[in-house]
Design a binder for this molecule. Structure first.
Ligand SMILES: Nc1ncnc2c1ncn2[C@@H]1O[C@H](COP(=O)(O)OP(=O)(O)O)[C@@H](O)[C@H]1O
Ligand SMILES: [Mg+2]
Length: 323
């Protein structure tokens, strides 16, 4: 009987469709600072995932661990089925990283630095591929320029070209548009979408909510080293579409009358406020019916206002709730 060839077997513990699987990940730096606690995260193959969080939340630490630059203190990470610690080389070839900090050899030409990056991964030279990458990133004209002569935006493009040089199937972009001009930001978004359309999984970190909103298929929110939410963007957008009608009551209510049980209501401000939450995107908000019912119940109000929550509000609420 032939020995079992399991080179192509599905790795265990890797949920179907997950290209990155993070389980129980923790990081305590040598200083004693705990930057990540018990992070569980599944990244789906082919998606654009935005990791959103304030400065210091642990975004770069998380990415650095997945890319093998920082050692985890606890937990397991699989990249395309490869354990990032035990099977580092196999994991790393799958991954392209565009780091937050720009660091390239100032005296090298654009062409040489990108070619060299590919070589580092033990891949055979492929000038046609490097040419395509440079052209896609509008760097072709600059291929013979020394990195030090380039603008900040151009240097960032070079970092992306380097990250793509070994044909990764998973691309990490750490704060790709921080301090970048509007034009480069648009180009970057376009490039990210094109890569996704070619089957590359993209994970980007950002502290710009609009960027997550614009780009992502799913959004994860991280704060103080903990993932506090992972959601489809459309679901988040639906929450965005939720509005509140706030009624200032003449007389406080101690409890919600049973007659109003069909409505999504809450009491606030010691019973002086009645808060009705509804879907602003649906045809029928239910407001007319609610106001009629209130009249029948003899519940008078002296003022009313509406408010709409933004992703920003949701984000701030989440972060505050954990503080
Ligand atoms: N090498 C390190 N030693 C000690 N603390 C660190 C180190 N690197 C990062 N930190 C701390 O870990 C926290 C998370 O940092 P980081 O992952 O860079 O966050 P983010 O990328 O979300 O801004 C911060 O409080 C930061 O000061
Ligand atoms: Mg960072």
């Amino acid at each position: 009987m032939k020995p079992l060839d399991n080179r192509h077997a599905q790795p265990s513990g890797n949920p179907a469709g997950s290209v990155i699987s993070v389980t129980g990940l923790g990081k305590t730096y040598a200083s004693g600072f705990q930057a990540l606690r018990n992070v569980d995260l599944e990244i789906r193959r082919g998606e654009i995932f935005a990791l959103l969080g304030p400065n210091g939340a642990g975004k770069t630490t998380l990415i650095s661990i997945i890319c093998g630059i920082v050692n985890p203190s606890t937990g397991v990470v699989l990249a395309d089925g490869h354990d990032i610690v035990r099977d580092y080389r196999a994991a790393r070839t799958k991954i392209g990283l565009v780091p937050q900090e720009l660091s390239t050899d100032a005296f090298e030409s654009v062409w040489d630095t990108v070619k060299f990056s590919r070589g580092l991964f033990g891949k055979a030279a492929n000038p046609a591929l490097i040419e395509k990458i440079l052209k896609d990133l509008s760097l072709w004209e600059k291929k013979d320029s020394k990195i030090m002569t380039l603008s900040g935006g151009m240097k960032r493009r070079v970092m992306i070209a380097k990250a793509l040089s070994h044909e990764p199937t998973i691309l990490f972009l750490d704060e790709p548009t921080a301090g970048v001009d509007v034009e480069l930001r648009r180009d970057m978004w376009e490039m990210v979408r094109a890569l996704r359309d070619n089957g590359v999984t993209i994970i980007l970190t950002t502290h710009y909510i609009e960027e997550a909103e614009e780009m992502a298929d799913r959004i994860g929110v991280i704060n103080k080293g903990e993932i506090i939410l992972v959601e489809d963007k459309t679901v988040l957008m639906h929450k965005l579409g939720r509005k509140q009608l706030i009624l200032q009551l003449q007389n406080p209510l101690m409890a919600l009358p049973a007659a109003l049980s069909g409505y999504d209501l809450a009491l606030a401000e010691g019973g002086f406020q009645l808060v009705y939450t509804f879907d602003a995107q649906s045809e029928e908000t239910g407001i007319a019916g609610l106001l009629r019912l209130l009249g029948e119940q003899g519940i008078d109000f002296k003022d009313l206002q509406t408010s709409q929550s933004s992703l920003e509000d949701i984000f701030v609420d989440l972060v505050r709730g954990r503080a």
